[in-house]
Design a protein around this ligand. Structure first.
Ligand code: SF4
Length: 338
């Protein structure tokens, strides 16, 4: 069935509503349609994961919400409503004042976020510029937050520079800085990708704990399905700049409806039960996003593709209460059972 009405339990207005977002990058070879008709909600107090292969558009989506795109990027249509206000149409000054206050971000590489020539102390005090309190109070809050994220002896280490810390510790400091401002929405772009497996588990647990404590929402971008299953309430699956499936984590992981989601789960090393020397992959390559196209974005790699997939864009079909997927097979099934 098509997506006509919101599911009954989804009636409260989400904190973040992305509506019909299209984004292009201008390149010497033409326009790259990096995001096509993306719609996604992040409810208040929930963690929403975005998964997909490299080049699926998940980080581009995160950067678009933050307004951190390169000059050749252009949103051609759509809206990003945050607390009911469209980020894309608000004055630059109003949008900037939301950053580091209501909206905060953790990057894949902590050195991208930290200034290498300034102490952690000065950076953690600066990030609290929206607060009215004095420097000593801000310093005390920074020390408390460093303690919360597991930095030993924060009282003396707060005066150190980023290079004095290991990669895992730097990411903890970034989390501390991002959460120090008590944002309504934290955007985490592959925050554990550069870390080893043990550190990744620690960081995921830390994020989960702090999210509950602060009550913020998180938009969590990751290619690691295990991390998403551990942390998120909902998940959106992206392919070729489109959201092809979205729903509650348990539904997507146990009852995936889109052939791409199923293929992605079959390739997850965490789900492979038999010993193997070769990890499965999805045959074929991610599609070029240059120029216009017709039909399903996944058609060239889909083992179930049929004639309709070549000529017609699939619309959103609802499965159950709030799982949605874009695949003609769902319509065909409905037609057969009608
Ligand atoms: Fe495969 Fe067609 Fe469904 Fe696309 S619409 S996922 S090509 S069956």
């Amino acid at each position: 069935m098509r997506r006509d009405n919101p599911a009954p339990h989804m009636s409260a207005r989400p904190l973040l509503e992305i509506r019909g977002l299209h984004l292009d990058f201008g390149t010497p070879r033409g326009h790259v349609h990096a995001l096509r008709n993306v719609s996604l909600d992040v409810p208040a107090g929930q963690v929403v994961g975005i998964v997909g292969e490299s080049g699926s558009g998940k980080s581009t989506l995160a950067y678009t919400v933050m307004g951190l795109l390169s000059d050749n990027a252009e949103v051609t249509s759509g809206a990003i409503l945050f607390e009911g206000r469209d980020l894309l149409s608000m004055p630059t000054s109003a949008r900037q004042s939301l950053l580091g206050d209501r909206l905060s971000m953790i990057f894949q590489d902590p050195m991208t976020a930290l200034n290498p020539v300034r102490t952690i102390e000065s950076q953690m005090i600066d990030i609290q510029h929206h607060e009215q309190s004095g420097r000593s109070e801000k310093r005390a809050r920074a020390i408390e937050m460093l303690h919360r994220v597991g930095i030993a002896d924060p009282q003396s280490r707060i005066g150190a520079y980023p290079h004095h810390f290991s990669g895992g510790m730097r990411q903890r400091i970034c989390i501390a800085m991002a959460l120090l401002v008590k944002p309504a929405l934290l955007i985490a772009d592959e925050p554990t990708t550069a870390l080893d497996a043990t550190l990744e588990v620690q960081i995921i647990h830390l994020l989960k704990e702090l999210q509950k404590e602060i009550g913020c929402s998180i938009l969590f971008v990751s290619h690691h399905l295990g991390a998403v299953a551990e942390l998120c309430d909902r998940v959106a699956v992206m392919y070729g700049g489109e959201v092809v499936e979205v729903g509650a984590v348990r539904e997507i992981f146990h009852n995936p409806a889109h052939p791409y989601t199923r293929a992605l789960l079959e390739c997850d090393p965490g789900r492979i039960r038999q010993r193997t020397r070769t990890l499965p992959t999805i045959p074929g390559e991610v599609p070029s996003l240059l120029g216009n196209r017709k039909g399903c974005i996944f058609r060239a790699r889909c083992s179930q593709a049929f004639d309709r997939c070549l000529h017609e864009d699939p619309v959103e079909y609802r499965i159950g209460l709030d799982q949605i997927a874009r695949c003609h097979l769902l319509d065909e099934k409905r037609l057969v059972s009608a």
